[in-house]
Design a protein around this ligand. Structure first.
Ligand code: SF4
Length: 537
């Protein structure tokens, strides 16, 4: 075989306690399936090892990779969302090392958000041969074709122990996407094994499988400083964020195939910003309606508060879009301004959430605690806003500086500066303002790890939102332990709020509501940074 694509194991590795209850979603690795199809269209044999759906340990995955004996093994480091990439690097690093220990001839290419964001560090630290930036489709096929490393688009590699950058990555254009990638290689995936999120299937909790996930576009033109979405989806050297669209007809053909051939009802549109380009998303929605697919589908997709258009919502609902996830982030205009997401205010948030719900579409409200300008007061305001909006599903995150985001670059600079200066000097000298550094509390220990990968930090798993090792950023006024403790308490407060359980029971029935709340309101497990804060560390 020419190309083996590997989807890293994460669901069972990182949600151990919840897996027993069947809680986490198991999402099909769409990028792996698309890359496989791209390679097959060019005459190469390809297969996919979905270590996630199989729940493989690093030893088990290593055995499968060595046995496959492919000319190239490409591990796509991409979780269910771009920000879930870095946390996979522990498992990925172990697999690379074990594969090389078993068979040093196996060539390993790493692609996805984390390697694209940190190509040099990845090549220096992991036992891989190559890192691919960009979307990685033609990086793999150029390697298979035998092109010299220096001529492979998007390739970073090692030569005489030194890291070398090859040709800049070249992204597929809209036309390329139409011509070469009309459908992913679904025949290589066990579609019936994939499972929707419990909230997504709240209308029918016993039927979460099968579950489909497709991209209709890649990238996002916005520039929120905490977001790493564009690390793999931007042209190398390009500073302006781009978005590329698949042909709407190809998208609907693919969805129809999933519905008719695999019985898919629950479907995720993976795009980080689906409700953006009206012509694109309305073409897809209208075609889904024309083909009678809307009533057979339960789709969720992403939008922004300021990209919603009231006159499109009925069409979206008829097209089967029953859930829209909105990035609300914070109740405070000031905090949202600080992350370049301040174009909408409180009134627009409340009005647009109600507008979506009135169109019969459920809302996932995404909120972030511990953004750089957050205080205890603004975090409480965010929680109050979430309770007031009473979205059908809340997502509460701690602010993290994900590799590939502007926040990560600022945090790296801050880390370096802190090591040079005492924190009091850092505060008094207003270095944070001058150099776009991040604020830290006045009593911050300058030797404490700011980022999970810094010395003394927990490593890549610190980027998980739900691990013992979860390692949020501090703010000027808050220790990371205070932020995560607040986030965990906020979740418990939301799920035990009477208004929430009543709304849920009314929408989805008493039994489903109770079952859902019982799993989701579970008390959080221990947190490393909370323990550190309690111990004055
Ligand atoms: S709008 Fe969403 S996807 Fe786009 S940059 Fe902001 S957070 Fe990322």
């Amino acid at each position: 075989m020419d190309l083996l694509l590997v989807n890293p194991s994460h669901t069972r590795v990182y949600h151990e306690g919840l897996e027993a209850e069947g809680y986490p979603a198991l999402e099909s690795p769409y990028l792996a399936a698309l890359t496989a199809e791209f390679a097959r269209n060019r005459g190469y044999g390809a297969d996919i090892l979905d270590a996630n759906v199989l729940g493989l340990s690093s030893d088990e995955a290593t055995a499968r990779i060595v046995e496959a004996n492919s000319r190239l093994t490409q591990i796509i480091v991409h979780g269910n969302q771009p920000s879930a990439s870095s946390q996979l690097m522990g498992w990925v690093g172990e697999v690379c090392q074990k594969v090389k220990d078993s068979d040093s001839e196996t060539k390993i290419l790493l692609t996805g958000t984390h390697p694209a964001a940190l190509p040099r560090k990845t090549l220096e630290e992991e036992a891989c041969d190559f890192v691919g930036r960009g979307d990685g489709f033609d990086t793999a096929t150029a390697l298979l074709k035998g092109a010299p490393n220096s001529q492979v688009p998007g390739l970073w590699y090692k030569e005489s122990g030194k890291v070398v950058q090859g040709l800049p990555s070249k992204l597929m254009t809209n036309d390329d996407l139409s011509r070469g990638l009309s459908r992913a290689a679904w025949d290589l995936l066990p579609v019936k094994e994939y499972r929707a999120h419990d909230w997504h299937a709240l209308e029918d909790l016993d039927n979460r499988q099968p579950y489909g996930a497709v991209y209709t576009s890649f990238g996002c033109p916005f520039e929120c400083s905490f977001c790493c979405i564009n690390a793999p989806f931007n042209e190398e050297g390009e500073t302006k964020n781009a978005i590329r669209f698949r042909n709407p007809k190809d998208v609907v053909d693919e969805i129809q195939f999933l519905v008719e051939e695999h019985g898919v009802r629950n479907l995720k549109i993976i795009d980080e910003m689906f409700v953006l380009d009206r012509r694109h998303y309305m073409s897809i929605a209208k075609e889904l309606i024309t083909r009678g697919l809307g009533e057979r589908l339960n789709i969720w997709a992403y939008a922004r508060v300021d990209t919603l258009r009231e006159d499109t919502l009925d069409t979206l609902r008829q097209a089967g879009i029953r859930w829209l996830a909105l990035g609300i982030e914070s109740a405070s205009d000031h905090v949202r301004d600080g992350i370049e997401k301040g174009r909408f205010g409180y009134e627009q948030i409340a009005k647009n959430v109600a507008m979506v719900q009135n169109a019969g579409i459920y809302v996932v409200g995404n909120f972030i605690f511990g953004l750089p300008d957050d205080t205890n007061r603004t975090m409480q305001e965010t929680l109050d806003l979430s309770l007031e909006l009473n979205c059908e599903r809340p997502n509460f995150y701690c602010a993290m500086a994900y590799p590939g985001s502007e926040l990560h670059r600022m945090a790296q600079n801050t880390s370096r500066t802190l090591k040079r200066a005492q924190s009091e000097v850092y505060q008094r000298g207003s270095l944070a303002v001058l150099d776009r550094l991040l604020p830290v509390p006045k009593d911050w220990n300058p030797n404490r790890a700011l980022l999970p990968e810094d010395e003394g930090g927990p490593g890549w798993l610190g980027y998980s939102q739900h691990a013992y090792e979860t390692w949020p950023l501090p703010t000027e006024h808050l220790h990371p332990g205070e932020i995560i403790a607040f986030r965990d308490q906020a979740l418990a407060a939301y799920f035990t709020n009477k208004g929430y359980s009543e709304m849920l029971a009314q929408r989805f029935g008493v039994e489903n509501a109770q079952k859902f709340i019982k799993v989701n309101a579970k008390a959080p497990s221990r947190r490393l940074v909370v323990e550190q804060h309690q111990n004055g560390i």
